[in-house]
Design a protein around this ligand. Structure first.
Ligand code: PMP
Length: 456
């Protein structure tokens, strides 16, 4: 099994991929990624590709970091595994918990570890329900989330998420999870004043709380910037108003920082930038830059105090909670982010530069609502952007654009007709320029197809 076609045939015969239509894939064969360095990946035909998605929003420090390899090797030699059950602990997990609490700020005191974002959100549900039950309010169980949110792919994660396609398979959501509309200004109300729309969108939370009864609502969960939903950047009025509403009704606020955490928006956590003070923060991805699976929940003092002092045993945990090798890699990863000043670089240099370059995309006939926040960015492919008319969904213009992007050596992702990027935080301004050339070429090729087909 050495040639591309041999690997593809075996892949198709035995490897069931995540989120994949296998019948469709079998006809053309999967792209095989064989190596990576910096912001680039290579496929089995030795084609070099600019990875503007950091893998799956996770390779924050870029590929090929020897420090992370060394940290993993050293830890594997010393103690490759031990659990944190039965009153036991390990040094990398302790150090990492302390380090993450330090980055998260004064509101926080503890960290619970898992191996992924999905598991961490399952932990959140268990934790907030246990919190309210401990306080004598077991009926406070409902968690409010948003349409088009992504919180993972387990039963609980997919239920918290607001992806209708995921709910449609397997009878989701599970009970006591409800959704409100997302704060997508460009998609829902582009002609309205943005700040006013932000307040209106946050108001949907209050309306839902009043509909259900505040005494039944445990928590609200949201990504500071919705990632997999298409990089939906809320108006700046949104999160402070969400915070005010949560405070007013005593509802716990969970910020899912799986994408926004560890520097992506130019702060260690996105909620800090956008004006929320969550009680719980979900993290994964960027904590190890994806080099090893690790996730968790940063726990605010309000919740930790109740769980620790009154909650008794919390009957929840994973074999790999606090995995020493994953934690050692996370510590080395945070060292790199700190020593290279990547968070500040995103805030002050590369983030603003990307914003400047994305603003220029507005001149392209296909592009509507181009927006960035730190190093995430998105725009919508529009049939008639002046009158805010999108393409017919069935034309799959986003997919056409994504295919041109791949062919052109750039990983850019399509969510419907929204094209999104989240490049590694180590990207330079010169590399942003390089990426913008590829994006513009991709857009021109897409425009040529769309025009040829008479779709606009
Ligand atoms: N939350 C958010 C905000 C995510 O973006 C993701 C993954 N894209 C998850 C949770 C789930 O993480 P995982 O795939 O590690 O389970």
């Amino acid at each position: 099994m050495t040639t591309t076609s041999e690997i593809q045939a075996t892949d198709s015969a035995h490897y069931m991929h995540p989120f994949t239509d296998h019948k469709g894939l079998a006809g053309k064969g999967a792209r095989i990624i064989t190596k990576a360095d910096g912001i680039h990946i290579w496929d089995s035909e030795n084609k070099k590709i600019f990875d503007a998605m950091s893998g799956l929003w996770c390779v924050n420090v870029g590929y090929g970091r020897q420090e992370l390899v060394d940290a993993a090797t050293k830890q594997m030699q010393e103690l490759p595994y031990y659990n944190s059950f039965f009153q036991t602990t390990n040094v990398p997990a302790v150090k990492l918990a302390e380090r993450i609490v330090g980055l998260a700020g004064d509101n926080f005191s503890h960290v619970f570890f898992s191996s992924s974002g999905s598991e961490s959100n399952d932990t959140n549900i268990r934790m907030v329900r246990h919190y309210w039950a401990t306080l004598g309010q077991p009926e406070r169980k409902v968690i409010i989330s948003r349409n088009n949110a992504y919180h993972g792919s387990t039963m609980a994660g997919a239920s918290l998420g607001g992806m209708s396609g995921m709910h449609a398979q397997g009878g989701l959501p599970i009970p006591d999870i409800v959704h409100i509309e997302q704060p997508y200004h460009y998609g829902l109300a582009p002609t309205k004043d943005k700040d006013a729309f932000g307040l209106e969108a946050a108001g949907w939370l209050e309306a839902k709380i009043l509909e259900i009864g505040a005494d039944k609502v445990a928590a609200f969960i949201g990504e500071p910037v919705q990632g997999a939903g298409g990089v939906i950047i809320p108006p700046k009025t949104y999160w402070p108003e969400i915070q005010r509403i949560c405070d007013k009704y005593g509802i716990l606020l969970i910020c899912d920082e799986v994408i926004c955490g560890f520097g992506r928006l130019g702060k260690w956590f996105g909620s800090e930038l956008l004006g929320a003070k969550p009680d719980l923060m979900t993290f994964a991805k960027g904590v190890t830059s994806g080099y090893l699976p690790l996730g968790g929940v940063v726990i605010g003092k309000r919740v930790a105090d109740v769980l620790i002092n009154q909650g008794g045993e919390f009957n929840h945990g994973y074999t790999y909670s606090g995995h020493p090798v994953a934690c050692a890699v996370a510590l080395a990863n945070i060292d790199i982010i700190e020593s290279e000043g990547l968070v500040d670089k995103v805030l002050k240099e590369t983030g603003p530069y990307l914003a400047e370059r994305y603003a220029e995309l507005a001149n392209h006939p296909l592009v509507g609502g181009a927006e960035t926040c730190g190093l995430v960015a998105g725009f919508a492919l529009m049939k008639d952007k002046v009158n805010h008319i999108p393409f017919d969904e069935s034309l799959e213009v986003g997919m056409i654009c994504r295919n041109h992007s791949f062919a052109n050596g750039l990983i850019m992702r399509a969510v419907g007709d929204r094209m999104i990027i989240a490049p590694p935080l180590c990207i330079t301004k010169a590399q942003i320029d390089e990426m913008m050339v590829l994006i513009t070429e991709t857009l021109d090729a897409t425009l040529a197809d769309v025009t040829k087909n008479g779709w606009m």
